[in-house]
Design a binder for this molecule. Structure first.
Ligand SMILES: Nc1ncnc2c1ncn2[C@@H]1O[C@H](COP(=O)(O)OP(=O)(O)OP(=O)(O)O)[C@@H](O)[C@H]1O
Ligand SMILES: [Mg+2]
Length: 334
């Protein structure tokens, strides 16, 4: 199965089924300290607002941050930041009108915060070819910044999952409503299985994985790996190691009641119990009228109303992220 292994961190990105396996001769030089991607399956849950405000919070702490509007086809991060669509966008980079992704970084008016604006109405950019996608991800990882934050689109399209899987911090946004919770689980499960298949491809476990999966249904990845271990203990050990590395970060947004605030811990517990995997809870953002008012005013909340509770929760979320960086806990793509 076609896969690129991006040594030495072994970032695995699966490609279209027709694509041949390609392994770069040498690992690209990596400069971006951390890639954060913000996803969650459902539309309208606050992914873009969280990307923008988290970016502002990190920039205020002296980190060099670039926000990347990776919502291919639905780009609007520039509006969230209150700036007009820049002259140069991701389209120019994807269509090779410029050579480096840095060439499409626009200042946001906030110190240390740049923006790569999304691709608007360009078929190529909305559905990039494999090589275009890989070039984009490689350039994101090589930007000379502390944090690149990818604002992802809704859904579980392969591109969205691959952007999520390439990050150090794959942030799952969840709002406390049954449909949104369902979508969040669907999204994170799809990302997990994509990563599992990528790992299986790289190590040549495809036939083994296929035959085990055809042989029965599995309640959890842990159960699946146990069955693989019975057939091939080395493969089982290796897959278990990669499985433990998949650790999404969770943000609960639009919490309205005290019970909503408990959902984060409950989701982490359920994920562990039913899926056998870990997840790091970053924090809760309350539902706040100031949030949508800020959107209407085309001003980020952290600039418009830095003292409201929703704005202050970004400080707590940034604290949690920075703490994870210090303890070097692996993320979804490590
Ligand atoms: N904490 C909050 N309090 C109040 N309103 C919120 C909050 N978070 C998000 N919203 C509302 O949700 C709307 C959608 O937010 P946003 O555009 O960030 O979602 P999204 O997940 O990026 O959507 P899409 O998938 O369409 O890109 C905002 O315009 C705002 O009105
Ligand atoms: Mg969005």
């Amino acid at each position: 199965m076609p896969v690129v292994a991006d040594a030495p961190t072994l970032k695995l990105v699966r490609t279209d089924p027709e694509e041949p396996i390609r392994r770069p001769a040498a690992a690209p030089r990596r400069r971006t300290r951390r890639v954060i991607s913000v996803g969650g399956g459902k539309g309208g849950i606050g992914k873009s607002l969280i990307s923008a405000n988290l970016g502002i919070e990190l920039a205020r702490r002296g980190k060099r941050v670039v926000l990347v509007d990776a919502d291919l086809g639905g780009a609007n991060l520039h509006t969230t930041l209150g700036i007009d669509l820049p002259r140069r966008t991701l389209s120019d980079f994807i269509e090779r009108k410029v050579q480096r992704i840095e060439d499409v970084v626009t200042p946001t008016g906030i110190e240390d915060l740049g923006l790569v604006s999304g691709a608007l109405d360009h078929l190529d950019a909305a559905n990039p070819k494999y090589a275009q996608k890989m070039r984009f991800l490689r350039h994101v990882q090589q930007m000379d910044v502390d944090y690149a934050i990818l604002d992802l689109g809704a859904g579980t399209h392969a591109n969205v999952l691959d952007f999520f899987l390439v990050s150090d911090h794959g942030v799952l946004v969840l709002v406390p409503e049954p449909t949104a919770v369902e979508n969040a689980y669907r999204f994170v499960k799809a990302a997990f299985w994509r990563r599992m298949r990528n790992v299986a491809s790289v190590y040549g476990y495809d036939p083994l994985l296929r035959s085990v999966m055809e042989g029965g249904t599995f309640k959890s990845p842990v159960e699946l790996v146990a069955t693989i271990s019975e057939r091939d203990p080395d493969a089982g050990r290796n897959l278990a190691r990669h499985l433990a590395l998949f650790r999404p970060r969770l943000i609960v947004n639009q919490a309205r009641t005290p019970q909503d605030a408990d959902i984060g811990a409950a989701v982490v517990t359920a994920w562990r119990k039913y899926f056998g995997l870990e997840m790091d809870f970053l924090g809760t953002i309350s539902y706040d009228d100031d949030m949508w008012r800020a959107v209407r005013a085309r001003r980020p909340l952290l600039m418009e109303r830095p003292d409201v509770p929703a704005a202050r929760s970004f400080a707590a979320i940034a604290d949690s992220l920075l703490a994870l960086d210090l303890t070097a806990k692996t993320g979804v793509g490590a």
